[in-house]
Design a protein around this ligand. Structure first.
Ligand code: HGY
Ligand code: MN
Ligand code: MN
Length: 414
Protein backbone atom coordinates (compact mmCIF):
# COMPACT_ATOMS: atom_id res chain seq x y z
CA UNK A 1 0.00 0.00 0.00
CA UNK A 2 1.26 3.51 -0.77
CA UNK A 3 1.83 5.31 2.51
CA UNK A 4 2.73 8.72 1.06
CA UNK A 5 -0.58 10.19 2.20
CA UNK A 6 -0.13 9.09 5.84
CA UNK A 7 0.15 11.80 8.50
CA UNK A 8 0.52 11.56 12.26
CA UNK A 9 -2.28 12.52 14.65
CA UNK A 10 -1.07 15.81 16.14
CA UNK A 11 -3.65 15.86 18.95
CA UNK A 12 -2.58 12.38 20.08
CA UNK A 13 1.09 13.45 19.98
CA UNK A 14 0.37 16.45 22.20
CA UNK A 15 -1.70 14.38 24.65
CA UNK A 16 1.19 11.99 25.22
CA UNK A 17 3.72 14.84 25.52
CA UNK A 18 1.52 16.56 28.09
CA UNK A 19 0.89 13.31 29.98
CA UNK A 20 4.63 12.58 30.23
CA UNK A 21 5.32 16.18 31.27
CA UNK A 22 3.01 15.70 34.28
CA UNK A 23 5.64 13.36 35.74
CA UNK A 24 8.16 15.42 37.66
CA UNK A 25 6.27 18.57 36.68
CA UNK A 26 7.94 21.81 37.82
CA UNK A 27 6.63 25.38 37.87
CA UNK A 28 6.44 26.97 34.43
CA UNK A 29 5.41 23.82 32.56
CA UNK A 30 8.71 21.97 32.56
CA UNK A 31 9.75 18.75 34.22
CA UNK A 32 12.49 17.38 36.44
CA UNK A 33 13.23 13.69 35.97
CA UNK A 34 16.92 13.23 36.80
CA UNK A 35 18.29 9.92 35.51
CA UNK A 36 17.28 6.88 37.58
CA UNK A 37 15.30 8.97 40.04
CA UNK A 38 11.78 8.00 41.14
CA UNK A 39 10.47 10.48 38.59
CA UNK A 40 12.56 8.85 35.84
CA UNK A 41 11.14 5.48 36.87
CA UNK A 42 7.60 6.82 36.66
CA UNK A 43 8.31 8.27 33.21
CA UNK A 44 9.85 4.99 32.08
CA UNK A 45 6.88 2.99 33.35
CA UNK A 46 4.45 5.25 31.47
CA UNK A 47 6.35 5.00 28.16
CA UNK A 48 6.86 1.23 28.48
CA UNK A 49 3.10 0.94 29.04
CA UNK A 50 2.47 2.86 25.82
CA UNK A 51 4.96 0.66 23.97
CA UNK A 52 3.09 -2.45 25.09
CA UNK A 53 -0.29 -0.90 24.26
CA UNK A 54 1.02 -0.38 20.71
CA UNK A 55 2.00 -4.05 20.43
CA UNK A 56 5.74 -3.43 20.58
CA UNK A 57 8.00 -6.16 21.98
CA UNK A 58 9.82 -4.43 24.85
CA UNK A 59 13.45 -5.21 25.78
CA UNK A 60 15.53 -3.62 28.52
CA UNK A 61 19.30 -3.93 28.30
CA UNK A 62 21.84 -4.11 31.11
CA UNK A 63 22.32 -0.34 31.36
CA UNK A 64 18.57 0.27 31.37
CA UNK A 65 18.14 1.32 27.73
CA UNK A 66 14.58 0.40 26.61
CA UNK A 67 13.65 -0.78 23.09
CA UNK A 68 10.19 -1.31 21.59
CA UNK A 69 10.33 -3.56 18.50
CA UNK A 70 7.69 -3.52 15.74
CA UNK A 71 8.11 -6.53 13.44
CA UNK A 72 8.68 -5.96 9.73
CA UNK A 73 7.70 -8.23 6.86
CA UNK A 74 11.36 -9.25 6.44
CA UNK A 75 13.88 -10.61 8.94
CA UNK A 76 16.25 -7.66 8.42
CA UNK A 77 18.15 -5.36 10.81
CA UNK A 78 15.67 -2.75 12.06
CA UNK A 79 15.51 0.98 11.56
CA UNK A 80 15.72 2.65 14.97
CA UNK A 81 14.44 5.95 16.27
CA UNK A 82 14.25 7.34 19.80
CA UNK A 83 15.92 9.71 22.24
CA UNK A 84 15.78 10.12 26.02
CA UNK A 85 13.16 10.83 28.69
CA UNK A 86 15.46 11.79 31.54
CA UNK A 87 15.77 15.57 32.03
CA UNK A 88 17.91 18.21 33.70
CA UNK A 89 16.58 19.82 36.90
CA UNK A 90 15.10 22.72 34.94
CA UNK A 91 13.99 20.56 32.01
CA UNK A 92 11.51 21.55 29.36
CA UNK A 93 8.80 19.15 28.19
CA UNK A 94 10.21 18.55 24.70
CA UNK A 95 13.97 17.90 25.20
CA UNK A 96 14.35 14.19 24.44
CA UNK A 97 10.70 13.40 25.15
CA UNK A 98 9.61 14.59 21.70
CA UNK A 99 11.82 12.07 19.92
CA UNK A 100 10.46 9.13 21.90
CA UNK A 101 6.80 10.20 21.80
CA UNK A 102 6.99 10.98 18.06
CA UNK A 103 8.45 7.52 17.49
CA UNK A 104 5.45 6.00 19.28
CA UNK A 105 3.13 8.26 17.28
CA UNK A 106 4.69 7.00 14.03
CA UNK A 107 4.05 3.42 15.17
CA UNK A 108 0.43 4.16 16.06
CA UNK A 109 -0.10 5.84 12.69
CA UNK A 110 1.27 2.78 10.89
CA UNK A 111 -0.77 0.42 13.09
CA UNK A 112 -3.96 2.35 12.32
CA UNK A 113 -3.22 2.26 8.59
CA UNK A 114 -2.30 -1.42 8.67
CA UNK A 115 1.08 -0.63 7.13
CA UNK A 116 3.87 -3.14 7.75
CA UNK A 117 7.37 -1.99 6.76
CA UNK A 118 9.87 -4.44 5.22
CA UNK A 119 12.44 -3.70 7.93
CA UNK A 120 11.36 -3.90 11.58
CA UNK A 121 11.14 -0.59 13.46
CA UNK A 122 12.50 0.07 16.95
CA UNK A 123 11.55 2.98 19.21
CA UNK A 124 14.11 3.41 22.00
CA UNK A 125 14.89 5.58 24.97
CA UNK A 126 18.40 5.62 26.35
CA UNK A 127 19.53 5.83 29.95
CA UNK A 128 20.94 9.07 31.39
CA UNK A 129 21.32 11.11 28.21
CA UNK A 130 21.60 14.34 30.18
CA UNK A 131 24.55 13.32 32.36
CA UNK A 132 23.33 15.90 34.88
CA UNK A 133 23.16 13.36 37.74
CA UNK A 134 25.61 10.71 36.50
CA UNK A 135 28.37 11.81 34.12
CA UNK A 136 29.09 11.41 31.27
CA UNK A 137 26.12 12.52 29.24
CA UNK A 138 24.71 10.10 26.67
CA UNK A 139 25.85 7.39 29.10
CA UNK A 140 23.30 4.74 28.05
CA UNK A 141 23.74 5.14 24.31
CA UNK A 142 27.54 5.30 24.77
CA UNK A 143 27.46 1.91 26.53
CA UNK A 144 25.07 0.60 23.84
CA UNK A 145 27.55 1.67 21.13
CA UNK A 146 30.47 0.05 22.94
CA UNK A 147 32.12 3.34 23.88
CA UNK A 148 32.04 2.80 27.65
CA UNK A 149 32.47 -0.56 29.43
CA UNK A 150 29.31 -1.64 31.25
CA UNK A 151 31.05 -2.15 34.61
CA UNK A 152 32.56 1.35 34.43
CA UNK A 153 29.14 2.84 33.71
CA UNK A 154 27.48 0.85 36.50
CA UNK A 155 30.12 2.17 38.92
CA UNK A 156 29.38 5.82 38.07
CA UNK A 157 28.73 7.96 41.16
CA UNK A 158 26.00 10.61 41.06
CA UNK A 159 26.37 14.19 42.20
CA UNK A 160 24.25 13.08 45.18
CA UNK A 161 26.62 10.19 45.97
CA UNK A 162 24.41 7.32 44.78
CA UNK A 163 25.96 4.58 42.60
CA UNK A 164 24.40 3.96 39.19
CA UNK A 165 24.19 0.16 39.55
CA UNK A 166 22.19 0.44 42.78
CA UNK A 167 19.87 3.13 41.39
CA UNK A 168 19.22 1.10 38.23
CA UNK A 169 18.29 -1.92 40.36
CA UNK A 170 16.22 0.20 42.74
CA UNK A 171 13.99 1.50 39.94
CA UNK A 172 13.70 -1.95 38.39
CA UNK A 173 15.41 -1.22 35.06
CA UNK A 174 18.55 -3.35 35.33
CA UNK A 175 17.56 -5.38 32.29
CA UNK A 176 19.06 -8.57 30.92
CA UNK A 177 18.96 -7.86 27.20
CA UNK A 178 22.41 -7.95 25.64
CA UNK A 179 24.13 -4.63 24.98
CA UNK A 180 23.83 -3.68 21.32
CA UNK A 181 20.49 -5.47 20.94
CA UNK A 182 18.58 -4.73 17.71
CA UNK A 183 21.73 -3.41 15.98
CA UNK A 184 20.04 -1.02 13.52
CA UNK A 185 20.56 -0.58 9.79
CA UNK A 186 20.00 3.16 10.35
CA UNK A 187 19.04 5.54 13.16
CA UNK A 188 17.15 8.83 12.98
CA UNK A 189 16.27 11.02 15.98
CA UNK A 190 13.77 13.86 16.18
CA UNK A 191 14.76 16.54 18.70
CA UNK A 192 14.11 20.20 19.40
CA UNK A 193 17.00 22.39 18.28
CA UNK A 194 17.54 23.91 21.73
CA UNK A 195 19.20 26.83 19.98
CA UNK A 196 17.99 29.97 18.16
CA UNK A 197 18.70 29.24 14.47
CA UNK A 198 15.47 27.72 13.09
CA UNK A 199 13.23 30.02 15.11
CA UNK A 200 15.12 33.14 14.02
CA UNK A 201 14.99 32.10 10.37
CA UNK A 202 11.41 30.81 10.42
CA UNK A 203 12.57 27.45 9.07
CA UNK A 204 10.56 24.39 10.14
CA UNK A 205 13.01 21.50 9.82
CA UNK A 206 16.72 21.17 10.54
CA UNK A 207 18.56 18.30 8.81
CA UNK A 208 21.41 17.93 11.28
CA UNK A 209 24.69 17.13 9.56
CA UNK A 210 27.13 17.34 12.44
CA UNK A 211 27.43 17.81 16.19
CA UNK A 212 30.12 19.68 18.09
CA UNK A 213 32.79 18.23 20.38
CA UNK A 214 32.13 18.17 24.14
CA UNK A 215 34.65 18.41 27.01
CA UNK A 216 33.41 18.16 30.62
CA UNK A 217 35.69 18.49 33.64
CA UNK A 218 35.21 18.71 37.38
CA UNK A 219 37.73 21.08 39.03
CA UNK A 220 38.41 20.63 42.77
CA UNK A 221 40.22 23.53 44.48
CA UNK A 222 41.62 23.20 48.01
CA UNK A 223 42.62 26.40 49.80
CA UNK A 224 42.50 27.31 53.47
CA UNK A 225 39.52 28.46 55.46
CA UNK A 226 40.25 31.55 57.47
CA UNK A 227 38.57 34.51 59.08
CA UNK A 228 36.95 36.89 56.57
CA UNK A 229 37.72 39.90 58.74
CA UNK A 230 41.14 39.31 60.18
CA UNK A 231 43.01 37.68 57.28
CA UNK A 232 45.01 40.18 55.17
CA UNK A 233 44.36 39.73 51.42
CA UNK A 234 48.02 38.77 50.81
CA UNK A 235 47.74 35.82 53.21
CA UNK A 236 44.63 34.27 51.74
CA UNK A 237 44.27 30.91 49.96
CA UNK A 238 40.75 31.53 48.84
CA UNK A 239 39.11 28.63 46.95
CA UNK A 240 35.99 30.75 46.41
CA UNK A 241 37.95 33.45 44.61
CA UNK A 242 39.74 30.80 42.51
CA UNK A 243 36.43 29.28 41.40
CA UNK A 244 35.09 32.69 40.41
CA UNK A 245 38.34 33.58 38.63
CA UNK A 246 38.10 30.34 36.64
CA UNK A 247 34.56 31.14 35.54
CA UNK A 248 35.69 34.62 34.45
CA UNK A 249 38.69 33.17 32.64
CA UNK A 250 36.49 30.76 30.68
CA UNK A 251 34.07 33.53 29.68
CA UNK A 252 37.05 35.55 28.40
CA UNK A 253 38.51 32.52 26.61
CA UNK A 254 35.30 31.89 24.69
CA UNK A 255 35.11 35.56 23.71
CA UNK A 256 38.77 35.63 22.65
CA UNK A 257 38.52 32.40 20.60
CA UNK A 258 35.17 33.35 19.07
CA UNK A 259 33.71 31.12 16.34
CA UNK A 260 31.89 28.11 17.72
CA UNK A 261 33.77 28.07 21.06
CA UNK A 262 31.50 27.99 24.10
CA UNK A 263 32.47 27.62 27.77
CA UNK A 264 30.13 27.13 30.71
CA UNK A 265 30.58 26.88 34.47
CA UNK A 266 27.24 25.39 35.46
CA UNK A 267 27.98 24.15 38.96
CA UNK A 268 30.01 25.73 41.82
CA UNK A 269 29.94 24.27 45.35
CA UNK A 270 31.89 26.04 48.10
CA UNK A 271 32.87 24.79 51.54
CA UNK A 272 32.10 25.67 54.23
CA UNK A 273 29.92 28.10 52.24
CA UNK A 274 29.53 30.70 55.02
CA UNK A 275 29.53 34.47 54.83
CA UNK A 276 32.41 35.06 57.21
CA UNK A 277 34.70 32.16 56.28
CA UNK A 278 37.19 32.26 53.41
CA UNK A 279 36.26 29.18 51.36
CA UNK A 280 38.57 26.25 51.96
CA UNK A 281 37.13 24.19 49.14
CA UNK A 282 35.51 24.78 45.78
CA UNK A 283 34.23 22.22 43.28
CA UNK A 284 33.16 23.53 39.90
CA UNK A 285 32.42 22.09 36.46
CA UNK A 286 33.73 23.28 33.11
CA UNK A 287 31.77 22.48 29.92
CA UNK A 288 33.79 23.38 26.79
CA UNK A 289 32.50 22.78 23.25
CA UNK A 290 33.61 23.49 19.71
CA UNK A 291 32.81 22.13 16.28
CA UNK A 292 36.57 21.96 15.60
CA UNK A 293 38.50 19.31 17.53
CA UNK A 294 41.85 21.13 17.30
CA UNK A 295 40.33 24.34 18.69
CA UNK A 296 38.60 22.40 21.47
CA UNK A 297 41.97 20.91 22.46
CA UNK A 298 43.44 24.42 22.41
CA UNK A 299 40.73 25.62 24.79
CA UNK A 300 41.40 22.68 27.11
CA UNK A 301 45.14 23.44 27.09
CA UNK A 302 44.48 27.12 27.87
CA UNK A 303 42.34 26.13 30.83
CA UNK A 304 45.02 23.75 32.12
CA UNK A 305 47.64 26.50 31.91
CA UNK A 306 45.37 28.99 33.67
CA UNK A 307 44.70 26.57 36.52
CA UNK A 308 48.42 25.86 36.94
CA UNK A 309 49.21 29.57 37.28
CA UNK A 310 46.24 30.12 39.57
CA UNK A 311 47.33 27.32 41.92
CA UNK A 312 50.85 28.77 42.12
CA UNK A 313 49.76 32.42 42.58
CA UNK A 314 47.02 31.66 45.13
CA UNK A 315 48.74 28.87 47.04
CA UNK A 316 45.91 26.41 46.48
CA UNK A 317 45.84 22.80 45.26
CA UNK A 318 43.82 22.17 42.10
CA UNK A 319 42.78 18.73 40.86
CA UNK A 320 40.81 18.14 37.66
CA UNK A 321 38.72 15.08 36.76
CA UNK A 322 37.47 14.41 33.23
CA UNK A 323 33.72 13.77 33.21
CA UNK A 324 33.09 13.48 29.47
CA UNK A 325 35.04 13.93 26.24
CA UNK A 326 33.47 13.44 22.81
CA UNK A 327 34.98 14.56 19.52
CA UNK A 328 32.77 16.30 16.94
CA UNK A 329 30.55 13.89 14.99
CA UNK A 330 29.53 13.98 11.32
CA UNK A 331 26.19 12.35 10.48
CA UNK A 332 25.44 10.13 7.48
CA UNK A 333 24.96 11.97 4.15
CA UNK A 334 22.39 9.46 2.85
CA UNK A 335 20.22 9.75 5.96
CA UNK A 336 20.54 13.54 5.84
CA UNK A 337 19.45 13.54 2.19
CA UNK A 338 16.53 11.30 3.11
CA UNK A 339 15.40 13.83 5.75
CA UNK A 340 15.73 16.67 3.24
CA UNK A 341 13.83 14.77 0.54
CA UNK A 342 10.98 13.92 2.90
CA UNK A 343 10.83 17.52 4.17
CA UNK A 344 10.59 18.85 0.62
CA UNK A 345 7.97 16.28 -0.36
CA UNK A 346 5.85 17.19 2.68
CA UNK A 347 6.25 20.86 1.91
CA UNK A 348 8.33 21.88 4.94
CA UNK A 349 11.13 24.42 4.69
CA UNK A 350 14.41 22.91 5.80
CA UNK A 351 18.12 23.64 6.14
CA UNK A 352 21.25 21.77 7.13
CA UNK A 353 22.73 22.61 10.48
CA UNK A 354 25.03 21.71 13.33
CA UNK A 355 23.91 20.54 16.75
CA UNK A 356 25.33 22.50 19.67
CA UNK A 357 23.91 19.95 22.10
CA UNK A 358 24.95 16.36 22.61
CA UNK A 359 22.47 13.65 21.62
CA UNK A 360 22.11 9.87 21.64
CA UNK A 361 22.32 10.02 17.84
CA UNK A 362 26.03 10.85 18.14
CA UNK A 363 26.58 7.49 19.83
CA UNK A 364 24.36 5.54 17.42
CA UNK A 365 26.47 7.09 14.62
CA UNK A 366 29.30 4.88 15.89
CA UNK A 367 27.37 1.73 14.93
CA UNK A 368 25.16 2.67 11.97
CA UNK A 369 24.29 5.49 9.54
CA UNK A 370 22.57 8.13 11.69
CA UNK A 371 21.23 11.67 11.51
CA UNK A 372 18.79 13.99 13.28
CA UNK A 373 15.70 16.03 12.55
CA UNK A 374 15.42 19.34 14.42
CA UNK A 375 12.36 21.49 14.98
CA UNK A 376 12.50 25.09 16.24
CA UNK A 377 12.84 26.09 19.90
CA UNK A 378 11.14 29.44 20.44
CA UNK A 379 13.85 32.01 21.21
CA UNK A 380 16.29 29.08 21.40
CA UNK A 381 15.40 28.49 25.04
CA UNK A 382 16.07 25.01 26.47
CA UNK A 383 17.13 23.35 29.73
CA UNK A 384 14.54 25.76 31.06
CA UNK A 385 10.85 25.21 31.92
CA UNK A 386 10.01 27.91 29.37
CA UNK A 387 11.26 25.64 26.52
CA UNK A 388 8.59 25.78 23.80
CA UNK A 389 7.99 24.46 20.30
CA UNK A 390 4.83 25.40 18.42
CA UNK A 391 2.34 22.52 17.91
CA UNK A 392 2.54 22.94 14.13
CA UNK A 393 6.31 22.45 14.30
CA UNK A 394 5.94 19.42 16.57
CA UNK A 395 3.51 17.99 14.02
CA UNK A 396 5.86 18.77 11.13
CA UNK A 397 8.79 17.11 12.87
CA UNK A 398 6.76 14.00 13.66
CA UNK A 399 5.54 13.75 10.05
CA UNK A 400 9.09 14.09 8.74
CA UNK A 401 10.15 11.38 11.19
CA UNK A 402 7.29 9.09 10.07
CA UNK A 403 8.20 9.34 6.40
CA UNK A 404 11.93 9.20 7.01
CA UNK A 405 11.37 5.95 8.93
CA UNK A 406 9.23 4.62 6.04
CA UNK A 407 11.97 5.47 3.54
CA UNK A 408 14.74 3.95 5.67
CA UNK A 409 12.65 0.84 6.42
CA UNK A 410 12.12 -0.04 2.76
CA UNK A 411 13.95 -3.26 2.00
CA UNK A 412 16.45 -1.78 -0.40
CA UNK A 413 17.35 1.05 2.00
CA UNK A 414 20.84 0.57 3.46
O1 HGY B 1 24.74 18.37 27.38
C1 HGY B 1 24.11 18.18 26.35
O2 HGY B 1 24.44 18.69 25.29
C2 HGY B 1 22.88 17.29 26.34
O3 HGY B 1 21.78 18.05 26.77
N1 HGY B 1 23.05 16.14 27.18
MN1 MN C 1 18.17 16.11 24.67
MN1 MN D 1 19.18 18.13 27.36
Amino acid sequence: MNADHLRIDAARLLVRLDRLAEIGAIEGGGCCRLALSDEDKAGRDLVVGWMRDLGLAVSIDRIGNVFGLRAGTQALPPVMTGSHIDTVRTGGRYDGNLGVIAGLEAVETLNAAGVRTPRPLVVAFFTDEEGARFAPDMLGSLVYAGGLPLEEALAAVAIDGKVLRAELQRIGYAGDAALGIHRPSAYVELHIEQGPVLDAEGTTIGAVEDLQGISWQEIAITGQSNHAGTTPMRLRHDAGYCAAATACFLRGLAREMGGAQVCTVGRIDLGPNLINVIAARATLTADLRNTDEALLRQAEARLDAFLETLARDEGVAIRTKRLARFEPVTFDPAVIRCIEGVSSRLGYGHRRMTSGAGHDAQMLARVCPAAMIFVPSVKGISHNAAEFTAPADLEAGANVLLHTLLALAAKEAF
